[in-house]
Design a protein around this ligand. Structure first.
Ligand SMILES: Cc1ncc(C[n+]2csc(CCOP(=O)(O)OP(=O)(O)O)c2C)c(N)n1
Length: 300
């Protein structure tokens, strides 16, 4: 078991950066400064932070809850803010917004399940022209309700493609608890397609990375798909103002928040990073919201 106190400063900073960005986005939404909606990854930030160094240079496919994925994999919080606020410097000219982000090998979509077959295509492309590059795709537990997921898993296994499926199982899909929408298990589904499955329950990024490094290597070197499933918590509403969970349930989920555990174990180091990131995000928000509006094509 890897001790949390060996966590690198850069990882701690990224975790807290994502946490404060998500909180700032909720404030901006409440102030009417964001069009459409947002889905925050509060509670799930540690997953892409643990995975990002293992997936450098790979294709990353994200979903509607993708802010943390984007920041961890691209190190571009300013671009994310500009995109969501529709300001100059937005990587997709402010047209993609919160759910449709693209930068380099990073792509996200708000259409549930859509990324799976596209990731399979990217993995196939890799085997032909860029061996060693894998396609990693983030999905939620609710996305197993989409038939295309099974078509993609079938082909990835049959053709032995370097596909890593990262399941963020937060126990709920919008307002439906997992036990009411999912028969069987994620592990059972992986087994049905002869795909390796690994389930993680810890929020310790050091431990997660150590445990998954050999899994990702196998995908990369032996061209075989794998599914990694995180038992995690969604602390915020699905998107905005649509949390149907009781106050008691939310209070018990908050006890599982990595933030409290990290604060307890890392003490002053945590408090200092937390303050720095809070101030950093406040400054970023201030700077980006004063930029002129993005124009289509201007930043491409
Ligand atoms: C094809 C499609 N159907 C429905 C939706 C609306 N929708 C967005 S997210 C979501 C639930 C997703 O649940 P899950 O996959 O568990 O991810 P989570 O939101 O928990 O991260 C739904 C129904 C959608 N975006 N796309």
């Amino acid at each position: 078991m890897s001790a949390l106190n060996t966590i690198e400063d850069s990882d701690l900073n990224t975790l807290l950066l994502i946490r404060h960005l998500e909180l700032a986005l909720l404030d901006l939404f409440a102030a009417g400064e964001i069009n459409g909606t947002i889905h925050t990854c509060l509670g799930q930030e540690y997953i892409p932070v643990a995975l990002s160094p293992l997936l450098k240079g790979d294709f990353i496919f994200s979903n509607h809850r993708g802010h943390g994925h984007y920041v961890a994999h691209t190190d571009d919080p300013t671009g994310l803010l500009a995109e969501i606020l529709g300001r100059e410097g937005a990587p997709c000219s402010g047209v993609g917004g919160s759910q449709h982000l693209h930068r380099g090998g990073f792509h996200s979509t708000g259409v549930q399940g859509e990324s799976l077959p596209i990731a399979v295509g990217a993995a196939l492309h890799s085997t032909r022209v860029q061996p060693g590059r894998i396609a990693a795709v983030y999905i939620g537990d609710g996305t197993f309700g989409e038939g295309v997921v099974y078509e993609a898993l079938n082909i990835a296994s049959l053709w032995q493609l370097p596909l890593l499926v990262i399941v963020e199982n937060n126990g709920i899909a919008q307002s439906t608890p997992t036990e009411r929408h999912l028969a069987g298990t994620v592990a059972g589904r992986a087994a049905a397609f002869d795909i390796g499955h690994h389930r993680l329950t810890t929020t310790n990024v050091v431990q997660i990375r150590a445990e998954l490094a050999p899994v990702v290597s196998r995908v990369r070197i032996h061209h075989m798909p794998a599914i990694v499933e995180f038992a995690t918590v969604r602390l915020g509403p699905h998107s905005k103002g649509d949390d149907t969970r009781s106050a008691d349930e939310l209070a018990s989920l908050r006890k599982q928040d990595w933030f409290g555990h990290y604060a307890e174990q890392l003490g002053r180091r945590f408090a200092e990073s937390d303050l720095r990131q809070r101030e950093h995000v406040a400054a970023l928000v201030n700077e980006v919201r004063q930029r002129p509006l993005a124009t289509w094509g201007a930043t491409r």
